[in-house]
Design a protein around this ligand. Sequence first.
Ligand SMILES: CC(C)(COP(=O)(O)OP(=O)(O)OC[C@H]1O[C@@H](n2cnc3c(N)ncnc32)[C@H](O)[C@@H]1O)[C@@H](O)C(=O)NCCC(=O)NCCS
Ligand SMILES: Nc1ncnc2c1ncn2[C@@H]1O[C@H](COP(=O)(O)OP(=O)(O)OP(=O)(O)O)[C@@H](O)[C@H]1O
Length: 199
Amino acid sequence: MFIGLTGGIASGKSTVSNMIREKNIPIIDADEVAREVVEPGTATLQAISEQFGSSVLNEDGTLARKKLGTIIFRDPSQRDILNQIVHPAVRKRMNALKEHYVANGAKTIVYDIPLLYESNLFHLVDKVLLVYVDEETQLSRLMERDQAGKEDAKQRIASQMPLAKKRERADAVIDNSGTKEETKAQLDAILDKWLKESC
Ligand SMILES: CC(C)(COP(=O)(O)OP(=O)(O)OC[C@H]1O[C@@H](n2cnc3c(N)ncnc32)[C@H](O)[C@@H]1O)[C@@H](O)C(=O)NCCC(=O)NCCS
Ligand SMILES: Nc1ncnc2c1ncn2[C@@H]1O[C@H](COP(=O)(O)OP(=O)(O)OP(=O)(O)O)[C@@H](O)[C@H]1O
C-alpha cells in the first residue's frame, strides 16, 4: 500500500513522518530528495544557476537555499520556473527509491510530499493522509521554527494550496493543533485501520 503524507509548510509532516519511521515503514521524503538532486555537480543545480544567476550559489558551490527561497516564495512565476527545473528530477529519484523498496519486499511505503496536490502527484498513492493545523497555529509555528517575519511566513503559506482545501480531498486527517502525543494517537489509529484493510 502506498500512502501519501501531505500537509502545508510547518503543519507537522516531518513530525508525523518521524513517528512513521519509528514503525519501520520506509518513507520517501520529497524535501530530502529535492535537496539531493541539487547537490553540487548535478545538472539540476547547473540549470538553476543558469536561470537564477550565480548569486544563488554559495562560495563552496552549494545552493544558497534561503536566498533562492526569498526569490521564489514571493513570485509565482519564478516559483513555476524553479518547479519546472527541479520537479522532474525529484519524480525520477522518488520512483527509483520506490523500486528499491519494493524490490526489497516493502508492502507499505509512505511518500512524504508537501506538494502532493499542487503537483498532481496523488496518482502515486492509494490513500492520502493530511497533517492539518489551523492557519494561526501554522503561522506561529513557521515563524518560530524558521525565525521568519510575519509577512515572509504569510507569503510562504500563500504559495501553497490552503490546508482547508486539502482537507476536503484527503482520505484521513490528523489534526496537529494539539500535543504531539495527541497527534501520535491519531496516527496510530489511522494506520492500524488502513494496514488491516490492506491485508
Ligand atoms: C526554495 C528552496 C531552495 C528553499 O529551501 P529551504 O531549505 O528554505 O526549504 P525546504 O526545502 O526545507 O522546504 C520547506 C518547505 O517549503 C515548502 N516548499 C518548498 N518548495 C516549494 C515550492 N516550490 N512551492 C511551494 N512550497 C514549497 C514545502 O512545504 C517544504 O516542506 C527549496 O524549497 C526548493 O528547492 N524548492 C523547490 C523544490 C520543491 O518543490 N520542493 C518541495 C517538494 S518537491
Ligand atoms: N503538535 C505539536 N505541538 C507543538 N509543536 C509542534 C507540533 N507539531 C509540530 N510542531 C513544531 O512545529 C514546527 C513545524 O513542524 P514540522 O517541521 O514537523 O512541519 P513540516 O510540515 O514538516 O514543515 P515543512 O513542510 O516546512 O518542512 C516544528 O518546529 C515542530 O517542532
